[in-house]
Design a protein around this ligand. Structure first.
Ligand code: RET
Length: 251
């Protein structure tokens, strides 16, 4: 008999709550964008789009879209005993990966503009990030017991290290070259970003990866991380950059 891992009441309720918070954040960030001069507005536009995409993805998940059931077979081998097979059927919310494929590049663009990274570095960081999310999606639907699942996961982690390197090394150097104020703010908000982002592959490893925690626990863990990575990050960025003249953009 397969073991079924499906969302229940607390998971479904959490998806609706996050949807409502993302909609409120979208309206608030859009309203804030009208109150800043044009040279400051790009950060507001990007950050508003991030929470709009998240609202759409949470609406999909809360109404039961963007989710498929994926089967994993775990084989145990013991000496002198016939092999035993344990089958797990689990819901995989692929809508998250669609959301992340659009929003994590935009989050990186926010940080890149703040630091004043050049086009070559922005492009490399964003491409590495998209590779990370798409290979993470392949990992989520990979087959256990072959190199597929954890092979994709490893490739995604390498891509993540490329992203981290761009922020921690190039981003920090560029931000500090702009001014002391920008340097300090960048170190704080990019440091916060790295901490929050690093929790995603950990949650993935115990949820979609090894299927140890329930789908409800997974929904709640990602909900907390998504709120930190999008609305909390967004408020902090928009309120702070508006007060720093050196972060103006003349495009
Ligand atoms: C996956 C699994 C494969 C390995 C790695 C991952 C990293 C995901 C990250 C996601 C960040 C999401 C954010 C969402 C915003 O709300 C795909 C989980 C490294 C870093 C910031």
């Amino acid at each position: 008999r397969p073991e079924l891992q499906f969302a229940e009441d607390s998971g479904k309720r959490t998806l609706w709550v996050v949807f409502v918070i993302m909609v409120i954040a979208s309206a608030a960030f859009a309203a804030m964008s009208w109150r800043v001069p044009v040279a400051k507005r790009l950060y507001h536009v990007i950050t508003t789009l991030i929470v709009i995409f998240a609202s759409i993805s949470y609406f999909a998940m809360a109404t039961g879209h963007g989710v498929s059931v994926h089967t994993t077979v775990i084989r145990s081998q013991h000496e002198h005993v016939p092999d035993t097979y344990h089958e797990i059927q689990r819901q995989v919310y692929w809508a998250r990966y669609v959301d992340w494929a659009l929003t994590t590049p935009l989050l990186l663009l926010d940080l890149s503009l703040l630091a004043g990274l050049n086009g070559a570095h922005i492009t490399m960081a964003i491409v590495a990030d998209v590779i990370m999310i798409l290979t993470g999606l392949f990992a989520a639907f990979g087959t256990e017991g072959t190199p597929q699942k954890w092979g994709w996961y490893t490739i995604a982690c390498v891509a993540y290290l490329v992203v981290v390197w761009h922020l921690a090394v190039n981003g920090r150097a560029q931000a500090q070259a702009k001014s002391q104020n920008v340097g300090k703010f960048f170190v704080a908000i990019a440091g916060f970003t790295l901490l929050v982002w690093t929790a995603y592959p950990i949650v993935w490893g115990i949820a979609d990866g090894s299927r140890k925690i329930s789908v409800d626990s997974e929904i709640i863990a990602y909900a907390v991380l998504d709120l930190l990575a999008k609305p909390v990050f967004g408020i902090w960025l928009l309120v702070t950059h508006a007060k720093i003249p050196e972060t103006n953009i003349d495009l």
